[in-house]
Design a protein around this ligand. Sequence first.
Ligand SMILES: [Fe+2]
Ligand SMILES: [Fe+2]
Length: 213
Amino acid sequence: MPNPHDELNAIIHDALRRDLDRLQMVAEQPQPPQRRTAVREHGTWILDVLHHHHVGEDEGVWPRVLAKRPDLQPLVDEMETEHAALASASDTLRSTLFDYGEGRSDESVLKQAVEQMRAATLPHLDHEEQELMPIVLRTLDEADWKYLEKNHFRKGMAFTDQSLTAMWWLDGLDESRVWAVRGTIPAPVLWFMQRRYGPRYRSACQGAWGTAA
Ligand SMILES: [Fe+2]
Ligand SMILES: [Fe+2]
């Protein structure tokens, strides 16, 4: 059985890949004003979720791994450099989304910012999954993961955002992978999140992606 922490990281990464594809599709053709506003809202929220994921890695996971494996410093440095490049592309995309939503820029500008974001993000996700995660999994134990969940990944996140993030993970997720989500969110809580926040998440998607989702 695959490791749940590895699978969850992969689920988050795949959600990001999926939505970078959707953003690219949106930027392919002129969109009506309502769609632009919805893309700005939902796109900005996704960038917030991504930021939270990276802060959790930079401030939580990497230091915890380095405490046990100081020899990994060069690889962690690479991850941090990639996160920094990604953060800068994300800032550009964020301000582009803002202008786009306000009708101050068009799809061609959005397309450029999305391409920049994809170029900074996609290779990083592969790099982290292939090179660092296997070592992280061998290095951290369950106590470490519990600590990280509580003090980093969930810290400072309102229940609403935790719930919408869970919906974002589950969006289009193959049934065979849902166990990893259930491993981090107890079944009754997940049930409640889906009842309470599923419709809100779906309506944000419908607004931003329309039939693309
Ligand atoms: Fe990650
Ligand atoms: Fe990362």
